[in-house]
Write a protein that binds this ligand. Structure first.
Ligand code: NAX
Length: 330
């Protein structure tokens, strides 16, 4: 006898939605003994397109897919959910400033944060929709008013982690699984700091294996920071398959205890560790104990170079918090 989970996906008719849904119910994330009820949330205008996605999911005949509900009502979508993947938000349009995006998408996460009060007691939330850290901060603060602990919320920086691991693997000429201890610090934006100094390749410090600190502090960081833009330039569309894969990696990492000599990255509520102001949603090195219990990896060495990077991404997150101050609960 297996178990059953209810999983909500917002923005389900979008391109990440299309890439994530089949894998979410295939058994690769929650295991071959867990049946899944899917709740798909979209804006009203996208419901006809979502109906097509629902048809395709039905036509896949996934043995573990128990039911599918499509709705434009967040309260219906989040009722009793164990996992909520908040992907839906407006994409950044041509000529739009990041501050416009923050102001446009912030209100979505006020309503969704409140609607999460209907979720199951063990709910875990991953915010993918950009600006992910600040959207997560808004939803977390509203959900907290209804007793949902902030530790149940994370914003996705796993795609940045995966991109960084892939770059290090290519540089060192090793398979990607040989790259471990990859930290993304801060915001899911161009100020993020992919930390090559604390990463390992073949179990050895990456600076030693790569032998090129200038590359680790220059082109490596820039490539990871600009990878999303490079995919858009090449494909004409933003990352979807890799973003969906990263969201699933995040869920698996939260559900499964982390192997003792490794960690993973996600943006979570800070507690003052590493001198980062408490309460920001900031990407950090984490170890999971499984079933959504996690801790921040402590005592990593932070070079002066890294400290400057952490300060810059902290300043950006603080300024984003100012921009949405009126969207927070009183
Ligand atoms: P799409 O534009 O293809 O899909 C977004 C979907 O969200 C649309 O179907 C839209 O109708 C829906 N939506 C909008 N407002 C909604 C609401 N209030 N409730 C429910 N659904 C709503 O974008 P897609 O490529 O799927 O990307 C989705 C989000 O992920 C974007 O904000 C994007 O910037 C962000 N990303 C975040 C990443 C990360 O690493 N954190 C990486 C990938 C991606 O760029």
């Amino acid at each position: 006898m297996g178990s059953t989970l209810t999983v909500a996906v917002t923005g389900a008719a979008g391109q990440i939605g299309y890439a994530i849904l089949p894998r979410l119910v295939s058994g690769e994330v929650f295991g071959q003994q867990t049946r899944v009820h899917l709740r798909l949330l979209e804006v009203a205008q996208a419901l006809p397109a979502l109906e097509g996605v629902v048809m395709e999911l039905q036509d896949c005949a996934f043995p573990l897919l128990e039911s599918i509900d499509a709705t434009d009502d967040a309260k219906v979508a989040f009722d009793g959910v164990n996992w909520a993947l908040l992907i839906g938000s407006k994409p950044r349009g041509r000529g739009m400033e990041r501050s416009d995006l923050i102001r446009d998408n912030g209100p979505i996460f006020v309503g969704q944060g409140k609607a999460l009060s209907r979720a199951a007691d063990d709910v875990q939330v991953l915010v993918v929709g950009n600006p992910a850290n600040t959207n997560c901060f808004i939803a977390m603060r509203h959900a907290e008013c209804d007793g949902i602990p902030p530790a149940r919320f994370a914003a996705m920086t796993r795609l940045d982690q995966n991109r960084a691991q892939a770059q290090l693997a290519r540089k060192a000429g090793v398979p990607v699984h040989k790259v471990t201890r990859m930290t993304i610090w801060g915001n899911h934006s161009a100020t993020q700091y992919p930390d090559g100094e604390n990463a390992c390749i073949n179990g050895l410090p990456a600076p030693q294996t790569v032998g090129d600190l200038d590359w680790l502090r220059g082109p490596f960081i820039e490539t990871v920071q600009q990878r999303g833009a490079a995919v858009i330039a090449a494909r004409g569309l933003s990352s979807a398959a890799s973003a969906a894969g990263a969201a699933l990696d995040h869920v698996i990492s939260m559900e499964t205890p982390t192997v003792s000599d490794d960690w993973f990255s996600a943006a979570v509520a800070t507690d003052g560790s590493y001198g980062i102001p408490a309460g920001l949603v900031y990407s950090l090195p984490l170890r999971s104990h499984g079933k959504g219990q996690w801790e921040i990896v402590q005592d990593l060495p932070i070079s002066d170079f890294a400290a400057g990077k952490l300060a810059a991404t902290t300043a950006e997150l603080e300024s984003e918090r100012q921009l949405i101050a009126d969207l927070l609960p009183l």
